[in-house]
Design a protein around this ligand. Sequence first.
Ligand code: ZN
Length: 173
Amino acid sequence: MKKIKLSFLALSVLSIGLLSSCGSDSSQTTTEQTTQTGTPAPDATPATVTIEISGTDQMKFDKSDIVVHEGQEVTLILHHSGKLPKATMGHNWVLLNQGVDMQAFDEKAAKAGEKNDYIPQDAASDMIAHTKLLGGGESDTITFKAPAEGAYDFLCSFPGHSSMMKGKFVVMK
Ligand code: ZN
């Protein structure tokens, strides 16, 4: 019994010793970690990801699927690669929360009008992120945190566009 107690004590002293040596030697530990991350594991998920998507004068997005990872900081760049003005062929990119009915959202967006970039001002909880409304040649960049694992809908909320301009935003673990 006495022997066990003693070895426990010895172990505690050892742990404290290790902890304090780590604390006082943090610069060396950091250097070692940097060296190790020089060759990252193949399955390492980057903390950030940049997605570019274009809308055209033919009322289409050039991507129907976007895949990111949970918790990633997503930088999304929307381009309008056409020439038409936003009054007739405006494009935005809206990411809906799960469970939001796209048709119902579209109706709210149409009521919000061009002055609000077709973003319903009283439906913030419907959206995870959105860009502004663009005309030909314009771009907009937004940054947001990828939501929980799952599939989400994205669309252009310009009236009548979501039948053609929509897709899936897939968040992986
Ligand atoms: Zn559009």
